[in-house]
Design a protein. Structure first.
Length: 256
């Protein structure tokens, strides 16, 4: 690997530079990854030099971006996110996790079959792989093991909601514990989800808050003369989620 990849990128601009300098990266993959990063920055309205090359910053950016259907299809958006994740993993910002069944320790493979029979394996699989990689047997898993797994999710998950994934994992574990005798007798405590890193709204300029309110209000209506508007009104729950995501992204930008 190119020696430049030993350097820690500070922004997405640095990531683009590292990718361009990597001579052993296939040209088509290099082109696709760089294009995806630039496209994500364009969709967010920010320059690559202003976006931190961190899991949290990119995750919040992806979650906050609203892509109109006429701009990009759902499949293209999914491919773009996958390319960004792959590029960040390549330069060392995050890591790829093994997902093969054979990567699990035999003791976890037994429990995997139990979870699979109850159609709960998708919710617990990441934790099983994590423990296998760390050499933690099922009977040795503790509350601290789960907390370390949560920290791992927050540090490595680019897309989605790692806190929700963790909550689903804990819920799945406790459900299996209570319904199957072969499951380890560990009741995992679930921490209340809190938004530790969001600044209060009054910490932002009044203009930003007004613009955010206007943007969300615009999404509640359909204007057939506005090509960039929604094709149908957003549901209140979706608007609430979007507000929260933009709030978190803005906070991350201020604190970065």
């Amino acid at each position: 690997m190119n020696d430049m990849l030993t350097l820690r990128p500070n922004t997405l601009s640095d990531v683009l530079t590292l990718l361009e300098a990597e001579v052993r990266l296939p040209a088509d993959k290099k082109r696709n990854w760089r294009s995806a990063i630039k496209r994500l920055a364009d969709l967010s309205g920010r320059h690559v030099s202003l976006i931190p090359a961190s899991v949290e910053a990119v995750r919040d950016l992806i979650n906050a971006v609203v892509v109109p259907r006429h701009v990009m299809s759902a499949k293209s958006w999914s491919n773009l996110k996958s390319s960004v994740k792959a590029a960040l993993a390549f330069v060392g910002v995050t890591t790829k996790r093994r997902k093969r069944y054979t990567d699990m320790l035999p003791e976890w493979q037994v429990l995997r079959d139990v979870a699979h029979e109850r159609k709960l394996f998708p919710r617990i699989s990441a934790f099983m792989h994590y423990c296998s990689e760390c050499g933690v047997l099922p009977k040795l898993a503790t509350q601290q093991t789960f907390e370390a797994f949560r920290a791992e999710l927050l540090a490595t998950r680019i897309g989605g909601d790692p806190e929700k994934e963790y909550a689903n994992t804990v819920g799945c574990w406790n459900k299996l514990r209570g319904s199957d005798r072969s499951w380890p007798d560990l009741l995992v405590e679930r921490e209340t989800r809190r938004d530790w890193y969001s600044l209060p709204m009054d910490a932002f300029p009044t203009g930003f808050v007004m613009e955010l309110d206007a943007t969300l209000e615009r999404l509640t209506k359909v204007d057939f003369f506005d090509d960039t508007g929604p094709t149908k009104p957003w549901a209140p729950s979706s608007l609430s989620t979007l507000r929260s995501q933009i709030h978190r992204l803005a906070s991350a930008m201020v604190l970065s």
